[in-house]
Write a protein that binds this ligand. Structure first.
Ligand SMILES: Cc1ncc(COP(=O)(O)O)c(C=O)c1O
Length: 433
């Protein structure tokens, strides 16, 4: 094993983070190679800096006008130079400030400075590199974002262990969640749990009481002696439309919950800031009692994962995000867009409340985010999807044959009545063919 990896492992020894590391995570380190030497030169090579693989002219990175003209608000350095492996410092610091603004309960809890990753997908995949071995159980809801399967099962050879998302009463199924986590922990001595609120595909965010119950369930498993990695996939953070639902990230509940719980927050500008193609996201760690040296070691492991895959994330979008966060129009326009999505949500709720549902099509609970789901019975969601597509030119998503996911986020408010009327009509015709 590399001596640097051994040093990081020694720093993490005795912590849940150290015990949770996968084989890759244990081997991983951030080399003191080109990047460290280059950073030293950046500070001390006052005459000539011939370290890094970029082309400079008169102290500035060379940028083609044909490129620069499309990025008029950025300097050459911001537009075309490499970003550090951990991300542009100003962007990371601004995101940290935003994290505290959006999650006041984090004040006082220790957490690592967010590290930039190229999108939330990459964030989850990198956490899997660090903490998931072949065959490990990954606890997810039965209604989960299908990419978890690709990342955890296909890529990492782990096993998704699902629990039933909704209880009979139509809320979060805390009993089945607790069962799945306890079972996974019993089998493996540790467990990885992915929590995603607002959820894709259901559009459901737990109530405050449910969030407390989720916390209690995980703390009780940790008290039983298992180490837990609790991943909060906060892709749709901030789009809650009802009182009494969890408005802060569930990460805040786990940041200092128990020394056997390592909380990892995966979030980013993708949906929060309406820049899906920017390919930016962040990973932030928190664990009760973790020292600064511990956070530093964990982040260095993560940097090794980044350096060995994408090396660093795109710089222009990070610099644009830092400038956007400092712009006085940033928050008001985000509020405006979120209100627009909320109006669509209310329109859908109103339609469902005022129209009788066809047999075999049941709207499931939703209170947040981009989506809602129908549960199909008597025919598959895929059959209904294809009929909507082929006969009406309407595109929706079938999830695992049972659920039809409708992204009301992407349809204008004035068209939602028509869309849902046609879904109902088509579902009615399914019963009669
Ligand atoms: C639940 C969830 N997590 C993560 C992502 C991925 O985000 P990104 O586009 O930043 O990779 C999505 C995107 O659809 C998502 O729905």
């Amino acid at each position: 094993m590399n001596a640097l990896a051994e040093e990081l492992n020694r720093t993490l020894e005795g912590s849940c983070a150290g015990r949770l590391l996968s084989e890759v995570g244990t081997r991983m380190y951030y080399p003191k190679g080109i990047l460290t030497q280059s950073a030293e030169a950046g500070e001390r090579a006052k005459r000539f800096n011939a370290t890094i693989g970029m082309a400079f002219s008169k102290g500035q990175p060379m940028a083609l006008d044909a490129v620069k003209d499309h990025l008029p608000g950025l300097t050459n350095r911001e537009a075309v130079a490499y970003a550090p492996t951990a991300g542009v410092l100003a962007t990371r610091e601004a995101w940290r400030v935003e994290l505290l603004r959006k999650n006041p309960s984090l004040a006082g809890a220790g957490f690592s400075l967010p590290v930039v990753v190229p999108g939330l997908t990459a964030g989850i995949s990198y956490l899997a590199d660090m903490f998931v071995n072949d065959g490990d159980p990954i606890v997810v809801a039965d209604m989960y974002w299908p990419n978890y399967k690709l990342i955890m099962e296909v890529r990492k050879s782990a096993r998704l262990v699902p629990y039933t998302f909704f209880s009979e009463a139509g809320g979060f199924n805390i009993a089945d969640f607790s069962r799945a986590v306890a079972e996974a922990a019993r089998q493996n001595g540790k467990a990885v749990v992915i929590l995603n609120y607002p959820n894709n595909p259901t559009g459901y965010t737990p109530t405050l009481e449910e969030a407390e119950a989720i916390k209690k369930a995980l703390v009780s498993v940790a008290e039983g002696g298992a180490d837990l990695l609790v991943i909060s996939d906060d892709a749709y953070f901030g789009l809650q439309y009802e009182e009494g639902t969890l408005r802060e990230s569930i990460f805040t509940r786990f940041a200092s919950a128990h020394p056997r719980i390592l909380a990892a927050k995966v979030d980013g500008q993708t949906k929060e800031d309406y820049v899906w193609g920017f390919r930016g996201g962040f990973i932030t760690f928190a664990s009760q009692g973790m020292t600064e040296a511990g956070y530093d070691a964990l982040v260095k492991k993560l940097l090794g994962v980044i350096r060995s895959s994408v090396s660093n994330s795109a710089a222009p979008t990070q610099n644009i995000l830092a400038k956007a966060m400092a712009d006085p129009r940033y928050l008001p326009q985000k509020r405006e867009y979120s209100a627009m999505l909320e109006r669509r949500y209310r329109k859908v709720k109103e339609f469902l409340a005022t129209h009788e549902a066809p047999t075999g099509l049941k709207a499931l609970p939703f209170n947040s985010g981009y989506f809602m789901c129908f549960e199909c019975s008597g025919y598959t969601a895929e059959e209904l999807r294809l009929k909507l597509l082929n006969e009406r030119g309407i595109g929706v998503i079938a999830i695992q044959d049972t659920w039809l996911r409708v992204a009301f986020s992407s349809v204008d408010e004035e068209n939602l009545d028509q869309l849902y009327s046609e879904i109902y009509e088509t579902a009615r015709s399914m019963g009669t063919v």
